[in-house]
Design a protein around this ligand. Structure first.
Ligand SMILES: Cc1cc2nc3c(=O)[nH]c(=O)nc-3n(C[C@H](O)[C@H](O)[C@H](O)COP(=O)(O)OP(=O)(O)OC[C@H]3O[C@@H](n4cnc5c(N)ncnc54)[C@H](O)[C@@H]3O)c2cc1C
Length: 407
């Protein structure tokens, strides 16, 4: 197979797919197209070490600059793909030109949800997705006395942690009763609330943002629905992301919470694939479609997609995995639980000291596990999730019992 393989989206997923195509021996043309000006980079540290100025810019890139020429990957940066014509096997670019493909991978990722309230377009209302966003927030943290963070999800909490580390006062505003409630459930969400409170974050739960206040086009605070006002030198918004699936949708592919693809990352069109944040892929182990908005998925899934594009028989079924670092808390999470989809949480270790493993169970089976400040156990947790056996909760909670027993 030597026809041109086009990848739209030049970030982690796109770059990994290009790498896989070459590693698997594909010798034909590869065109990797991205609308950002930067060569493919990872976003992880944009809310962590890079935001704090502890990681150099060079550390964020997926490959050295020279890699693309060395591997004969035609990297087109600053190039927006505006259309997709599956019948003609072409993508259209913003300048009116078109590129033909024999196989196409959509790795267009996701974009921050915008805050739909008055004042949200003022200067000082900041989102965090791209490296320039991180640069802007870092500069803000150097001069601000206090910021408001809207949304207590991963991005909001990591930004709050970075801001506290930079000595900035932080108020976090969240509509739910606890941070990360939908993803973690009450039991573990409370541990994250305690962590941030101990670090001096003013957490306000169950609140509705009515307006971003400001003067002269510059944000100066947040007005809540109850009329109260939180003054802030800047407002960071982290209220979730939406998949960039417009190209697929306009081309008539099946879209629903991202681009719907099978376990081989193939859409309804046999020549069009999707991977990374934008893909709602059938997961054989879970027996359902899932869209995973995390780094490990953007790292591994495009490798499967690349092989699939080359005609290999592939089923991507790695256990969903992610991690976060906030203050002195590092954690890894493996598995998948729908909001409210568990009936019990089992803790092993010391929750108050933040050295524990939490397991989410349903009908006695472990759906997911999270190790907090305990290392070298995540593979065992993944094996337990994958095994799907009924476990004895008392033994699971006992740190003296090896985790291998439950796999
Ligand atoms: C600040 C931050 C911190 C994070 N921290 C963690 C973490 O700690 N742990 C974790 O597991 N995950 C984390 N994530 C999530 C992780 O970074 C994402 O899952 C990952 O970036 C997804 O990669 P992707 O390549 O699928 O999509 P993206 O990274 O979104 O890249 C898609 C690319 O495609 C481009 N594009 C879109 N449409 C077009 C078009 N029409 N034409 C051309 N180009 C287009 C986009 O501009 C973008 O460059 C974090 C994300 C952010 C933003």
């Amino acid at each position: 197979m030597s026809g041109t393989h086009v990848i739209v989206g030049a970030s982690l997923a796109g770059a990994k797919a290009a790498e896989t195509l070459r590693e698997e021996g594909f010798g034909g043309p590869i065109v990797l197209i991205g609308d950002e000006e930067e060569r493919p980079y990872e976003r992880l540290s944009l809310s962590k070490d890079y935001l704090l100025g502890k990681a150099e810019r060079e550390t964020i890139y997926v490959h050295p600059q020279a890699w693309y020429a060395e591997h004969d990957v035609d990297l087109r940066l600053g190039t927006l793909v505006t259309g997709l014509d599956p019948t003609a096997h072409e993508v259209a670019l913003a300048d009116g030109s078109r590129i033909g493909y024999s196989k196409l991978l959509l790795a267009t990722g996701s974009a921050p949800r915008r805050l739909p309230v008055p004042g949200a377009d003022a200067e000082g209302v900041l989102y965090l997705r791209r490296v320039a966003d991180s640069d802007r927030i870092r500069a803000t943290l150097q001069t601000a006395t206090r910021i408001a963070v809207i949304g207590a999800g991963w991005i909001g909490l990591e930004t709050a942690a970075a801001a506290r580390s930079a000595g900035v006062e932080v108020t976090v505003l969240e509509t739910a009763e606890l941070p990360l409630l939908r993803v973690l459930g009450r039991e573990v969400a409370e541990a994250f609330a305690a962590l941030h409170r101990e670090h001096g974050v003013d957490l306000r739960f169950g609140v509705q943002v009515a307006e971003i206040t400001g003067s002269g086009g510059q944000a100066d605070g947040v007005r809540l629905a109850d009329g109260s006002h939180i003054p802030a030198d800047a407002v960071v918004v982290g209220v979730g992301i939406t998949p960039n699936s417009q190209l697929a949708e306009e081309a008539g592919l099946e879209v629903g919470n991202g681009i719907v693809v099978d376990a081989g990352l193939r859409s309804g069109d046999p020549d069009i694939y999707a991977a990374g944040d934008v893909a709602n892929a059938y997961h054989p182990m879970l027996g359902r479609h899932v869209r995973v908005e995390h780094w490990a998925n953007a790292l591994n899934q495009p490798q499967a997609a690349g092989r699939s594009m080359l005609g290999q028989d592939v089923a991507y079924d790695l256990v969903p995995y992610f991690y976060t670092d906030q203050y002195d808390l590092g954690m890894e999470y493996a598995g998948y639980v729908e909001p409210g989809g568990y009936d019990r949480v089992v803790f092993r270790g010391d929750v108050a000291a933040r050295e524990f493993v939490a397991f989410w169970l349903r009908d006695g089976r472990v759906l997911a596990g999270m190790n907090v400040n305990i290392w070298d156990v995540n593979e065992a947790i993944q094996a337990i999730v994958r095994g799907g056996r009924t476990v004895d909760a008392g033994r699971l909670a006992d740190p003296g019992v090896a985790l291998d027993e439950f796999a």
